[in-house]
Design a protein around this ligand. Structure first.
Ligand SMILES: [Zn+2]
Length: 252
């Protein structure tokens, strides 16, 4: 099993403890996700020191207000490091009521990082919260520049799914797809070679651990729920999701 999206450098974690228990947790690989310049940089060091850890670099939309040209230039520079497997997480987040000006800044940062991914021939990891229409609009305009695209923590539901599917996006699911009132029926309509599973640890623990600190090993609980929905064995879903994640990030 691969955890396609985790934040091992979060203050809640001791990254080396998590990495040293990967074998016991039946985790082959973890992709550590960058959210700003500092943790993107640290992620590269973590990945260089640990064979089965890979990393992304990027600036999360919630930092768009304070991002400088110099920050974007550093992400561009870091993108050519070994073990950087994508640009992310990047995108749009209107959850806390962004003003028009803030939305504009987020869109600009998103597009600039799409262009970095394109220059380095890397896939992108999209964070999208309450902003699906604008993400779709930007993707439609720039999709041809991009190798591969994943909607991380896909939460837009069945109605939006075909629109992202049309743009040949991958769909990656966290613990929130296991929550009790969530409609999971649309999972069956996603092409099987476009489904991935992740934790987004330390956030979004799956049921029955909802509300607690999330760990990469909990990816198995989310995988089980998706496997049940797809009427597939856990083993088969593990192979499917791991293969898709390897293809997406071009992992060895
Ligand atoms: Zn994340």
């Amino acid at each position: 099993m691969i955890d396609a999206h985790a934040h091992l450098l979060n203050e809640k974690f001791n990254a080396s403890d998590i990495i040293s228990s990967m074998r016991d947790d039946r985790l082959d690989k973890i992709v550590n996700i960058g959210t700003d310049v500092a943790d993107s940089r640290q992620g590269i060091v973590l990945a260089k020191n640990n064979k089965n850890v890979f990393c992304t670099v990027g600036i999360h939309p919630e930092y768009a207000d304070n991002t400088t040209d110099a920050d974007v230039a550093i992400i561009d520079e870091l993108a050519s490091s070994k073990k950087v497997v994508a640009i992310g997480e990047i995108g749009l987040d209107y959850h806390f009521g962004a003003t028009e000006e803030q939305k504009q800044k987020q869109k600009e940062l998103f597009v600039r990082q799409i262009k970095i991914a394109s220059r380095h021939n890397l896939p992108i990891v999209i964070h999208c919260r309450d902003a699906a229409d604008d993400v779709l609009e930007i993707l439609k305009e720039h999709r041809h520049l991009l190798l591969r695209v994943v909607m991380h923590c896909y939460s837009e539901g069945g109605a939006y799914m075909p629109k992202f599917r049309e743009l040949d996006c991958y769909f990656s699911f966290t613990g929130n797809i296991t929550f009790k009132k969530v409609d999971r029926t649309f999972l069956k309509d996603i092409p099987q070679n476009r489904i991935m599973v992740e934790t987004d640890a330390p956030w979004l623990s799956p049921e029955p651990l909802r509300g607690t600190t999330n760990y990469p090993k909990n990816v198995w609980l989310t995988a089980q729920k998706i496997a049940d929905t797809l009427e597939m064995s856990l083993e088969k879903f593990d192979t499917l999701s791991s293969d898709n994640t390897k293809t997406f990030y071009n992992l060895p």
